[in-house]
Write a protein that binds this ligand. Structure first.
Ligand code: ZN
Length: 135
């Protein structure tokens, strides 16, 4: 968080799973950011529902709507909901981003959309000290 304070126009991406307990933890982090007057670009829900590869049934192992709940609590947009995806696990094990190794996979599609739509958040200079000195 202190590093973020030094970076102009840096902003938080608050990540949670859909699970209520994870949402509560992420909400605390988001609240700390807001208390420190650091902007939140948005919320990302990870490990969201996945479709079964055999029958297509939707499995929401970690519950649902946690990302939307968190976004509402922080007053920030929900930027994406990344599904549980075996391709993401496999490419992670290989050390290759899923968007490179399996760009057609469900997780990669959401991540690529998220990267494309990532909002630019400008921080106000009000109340911030500027690195200027009188020579
Ligand atoms: Zn199935």
């Amino acid at each position: 968080m202190s590093l973020l304070e030094q970076l102009p126009d840096a902003a938080f991406l608050v990540v949670t799973t859909p699970q209520a307990a994870a949402v509560d933890v992420a909400a605390r982090v988001g609240r700390m950011a807001l208390d420190a007057r650091l902007p939140i670009a948005g919320v990302v829900e990870n490990m969201a529902a996945a479709a079964c590869r055999r029958c297509g049934e939707i499995n929401d192992i970690f519950g649902s709507n946690g990302g939307a709940d968190l976004a509402g609590r922080l007053g920030a947009p929900l930027l994406g909901s990344v599904p549980l995806d075996a391709a993401a696990r496999a490419s992670g094990d290989m050390g290759v981003p899923v968007v490179t190794a399996h760009p057609e996979s469900a997780a990669a599609v959401v991540l690529a959309d998220l990267a494309r739509e990532l909002p630019v958040v400008r921080r106000s200079l009000i109340g911030r000290s500027l690195p200027l000195s009188v020579v």
